[in-house]
Design a protein around this ligand. Structure first.
Ligand code: DC
Length: 217
């Protein structure tokens, strides 16, 4: 079974790189951050409080998730846009710090891979917790100002300063939480994407896998 783990902080280029790599390798791609965001969305939609750990865990265990390449459906509702919005972005860190939510989503992620016989997974704990035996573990980083610039381009309703502040807040919560904090696996290859294009990053990873990236297309 071929599993490639791509971890790293927000704005490091994980999603774009993981998608391109999956296409290149003929594997399917799973955005695990979208799963945590979807649980946060389901809690907010039901009028719940994300800080209520028990109720949030219960939502995680029962929510129906369809995490597609271009669409995310939560309990039958299209949440593609909302899961990237400020309310979910604000609530998701506390949801992702909940150990019971993590246990449930990690088990769904393993099931997803088993059903497909492999995949490219991106997140924060793929190489450390979800698939410690992955064929290749990449830890993507970039300097905080570049990560904030990339995120600010993706969102239309927030300016650079607000995006930079939100990224710094989430970096701190994600890397200091007790349950599976964001950290590099001991055997991960660290790729600093500051100043690199997507094609260059994908080519570098393909080389690590012993493959060519097909001329950077
Ligand atoms: O990658 P993202 O910004 O969409 O992730 C959303 C949140 O979920 C972020 O706070 C980190 C968390 N997350 C996590 O804890 N573990 C993962 N495997 C993926 C995301």
């Amino acid at each position: 079974m071929r599993v490639i783990a791509i971890d790293g902080p927000a704005g490091s280029g994980k999603s774009t790189v993981a998608r391109a790599l999956a296409g290149h390798l003929g594997l399917q791609y799973l955005d695990t951050g979208a799963m945590y965001r979807s649980v946060a969305f389901a809690v907010l939609r039901s009028g719940g409080d994300p800080d209520d750990g028990e109720a949030t865990a219960a939502v995680a265990r029962t929510v129906e998730l369809e995490i597609g390449l271009d669409r995310v459906i939560v309990d039958g509702v299209d949440a593609t846009v909302e899961i990237r919005g400020p309310q979910v972005s604000q609530a998701v860190s506390v949801v992702a710090a909940n150990p019971e939510v993590r246990a449930e989503l990690v088990s769904r992620q393993r099931e997803w891979v088993n059903l497909r016989g492999g995949g490219v997974l991106e997140g924060r704990d793929i190489g450390t917790v979800v698939f410690p035996d992955a064929e290749l573990k990449i830890y993507l980083t970039a300097d905080p100002a570049e990560r904030a610039r990339r995120r600010a381009k993706e969102v239309t309703d927030l300016d650079y300063e607000a995006v930079a502040a939100d990224l710094a807040r989430r970096d701190t919560i994600d890397s200091t939480r007790a349950a599976d904090p964001l950290t590099e696996a001991a055997d991960a290859v660290v790729v600093d994407t500051t100043g690199m294009t997507i094609d260059e990053v994908v080519a570098a990873i393909a080389t690590l896998l012993g493959e060519s990236s097909g001329g950077g297309s």
